[in-house]
Design a protein around this ligand. Structure first.
Ligand SMILES: Nc1ncnc2c1ncn2[C@@H]1O[C@H](COP(=O)(O)OS(=O)(=O)O)[C@@H](OP(=O)(O)O)[C@H]1O
Length: 355
C-alpha cells in the first residue's frame, strides 16, 4: 500500500471548526507549533488522515496538550483545566504483564498512542519483587495525569513469571477489576531472542550483580541440558519463561478469565491493527486503531506504524539460525505444554503451528 504525504491545511483553515466559529474552548496556540513540526498529513488506504485530527481527539480526553512526536506525553494542562477535566494521577486500571521478548515493548508503545490510554514512559518494575509494595504513593506519583475517560496502562513484563505471588499482589493493589494483557509468542523464538539479548549484555549484568545463570556460549548449551535431565527442580531461566502454561495457571486463580486478554504475538507482528482492536474491545474504549495504520516490513519481520506517526522500531542484528536438530528438540519439549495451554484457554495461537 502506498503512503503519500500531502500538505497539511493552513493554520487559518485549522482554526475554523465545523460550525465556522473559532475553536476556543481551550488554548489552541499549541496546535500551530505542533502542526508546523509535522507539516503534513497522510493518505492511508484511500482516506486522508491528518495529524491534527489525531491531536484534537487526544486533546479532548487528555490532561496534556499533545505534541509531536505523538509518543511524547505533551505539556500538562493548566490547573484550572485539569480541575475541570477531573485530572488526577491514578493507579493503573490495566497492565501488560508479559511476556518478555514477545513484543511487549512495541505493544505498550502503540497502545499509548490511543487517545484514551496513558501510561508511564518506561518500565517502573513496581511488581518485580524488589519494590516495597506498600509504597503505593511512589507508584501513583510515577503515573501520568489522566481523566476518568482514560485507561491508565502499566507494563510489568517480569510479573508474568516472577515473583510467584505477582498476580495476587496486582489483584490486591490494583483491585480484582484490573485488566491484564499478555502477549505470547513462539516459545523457541522468544527464548532465542532473550538468549541473544542476555548474551549481548552479559558483562554489564555480571557487573551489576544480576544472574547470568544458564548462560553458555552456544544457545543449545544454555537450554538443552534441562530437556534431557529428569530433575524437575533444576530451573532454567530461558526455558521456564517460555513454558507459558505453568505461569498462566497462576493468573487464572486470582482473576476472572474475563479480566485476562492474550495477544497473539505472531499476529501482532504481521497485523498489529487487528490485535490492537481486540484490546480496545477488551478495555471497553473507543475504536481508534485500524489495520491500515500499520504496514508489514518483511525485511524486519514485523510491522511499522504509518499513522498517526510514521515509526519503525530499529532492527537488531539477525539471530544466527538454530541448527535443525536443536529446533526439533525444543519444539518437542514445548509441544505438550502448548497443547495444554490451547486446551486451558480454549484457543489456538498462530505461533502454535510452527512446531
Ligand atoms: N512491531 C514490532 N516492532 C518491533 N519488534 C516487534 C514488533 N512486533 C513484534 N516484535 C518483536 O518484539 C521483540 C522484542 O520484544 P519485547 O519488546 O517484549 O522485548 S523486551 O522484553 O521489552 O526487551 C523483538 O524481538 P528481537 O528482534 O529479537 O528483539 C521483535 O521480534
Amino acid at each position: 500500500m502506498v503512503v503519500r504525504i500531502v500538505d497539511e491545511p493552513t493554520i487559518a483553515q485549522m482554526r475554523r471548526n465545523e460550525n465556522g466559529g473559532d475553536v476556543n474552548a481551550l488554548d489552541w496556540s499549541w496546535l500551530d507549533t505542533s502542526i508546523q513540526a509535522v507539516g503534513r498529513s497522510l493518505h492511508v488506504g484511500g482516506t486522508t488522515k491528518t495529524i491534527r485530527e489525531y491531536l484534537e481527539k487526544r486533546m479532548s480526553v487528555s490532561c496534556y496538550i499533545p505534541t509531536t512526536p505523538v509518543f511524547n506525553t505533551g505539556t500538562l494542562m493548566k490547573p484550572s483545566v485539569r480541575q475541570e477535566k477531573q485530572c488526577e494521577q491514578r493507579l493503573p486500571s490495566a497492565v501488560i504483564a508479559g511476556v518478555k521478548k514477545c513484543g511487549s515493548g512495541p505493544l505498550f508503545k502503540f497502545l499509548k498512542i490511543h487517545p484514551e490510554i496513558v501510561g508511564p514512559p518506561g518500565d517502573l518494575k513496581y511488581f518485580d519483587g524488589l519494590h516495597n509494595l506498600s509504597d503505593t504513593k511512589w507508584y501513583i506519583d510515577r503515573m501520568p495525569y489522566s481523566t476518568k475517560k482514560q485507561v491508565v496502562l502499566d507494563k510489568e513484563v517480569t510479573a508474568f513469571q516472577s515473583p510467584h505471588h505477582a498476580p495476587q499482589y496486582i489483584r490486591e493493589i490494583l483491585t480484582p477489576n484490573v485488566k491484564i494483557i499478555f502477549i505470547l509468542c513462539d516459545p523457541v523464538e522468544r527464548m532465542l531472542s532473550e538468549y541473544f539479548d542476555v548474551w549481548a549484555q552479559r558483562d554489564e549484568q555480571t557487573q551489576s550483580g544480576q544472574s547470568t545463570k544458564n548462560l553458555a556460549t552456544r544457545f543449545q548449551d544454555s537450554v538443552l541440558e534441562r530437556t534431557q535431565i529428569k530433575n524437575t527442580e533444576e530451573r532454567n531461566n530461558f526455558l521456564d519463561k517460555s513454558n507459558y502454561i505453568q505461569h498462566v495457571i497462576r493468573w487464572l486463580e486470582p482473576f476472572s478469565s474475563t479480566n485476562l486478554h492474550f495477544v497473539d504475538g505472531e499476529l501482532f507482528k504481521t497485523d498489529p491493527g487487528s490485535e490492537l482492536q481486540k484490546i480496545e474491545q477488551f478495555l471497553g474504549i473507543k475504536l481508534f486503531f485500524e489495520t491500515d495504520n500499520f504496514y508489514y516490513d518483511p525485511d524486519r519481520g514485523y510491522s511499522c506504524m504509518k499513522y498517526p506517526h510514521p515509526f519503525c522500531f530499529s532492527t537488531r542484528p539477525q539471530h544466527p539460525p538454530l541448527d535443525e536438530w536443536v529446533e526439533e528438540r525444543m519444539c518437542e519439549f514445548y509441544k505438550p505444554f502448548n497443547e495444554g495451554l490451547a486446551i486451558m484457554l480454549n484457543r489456538r495461537f498462530a505461533w502454535m503451528d510452527y512446531c
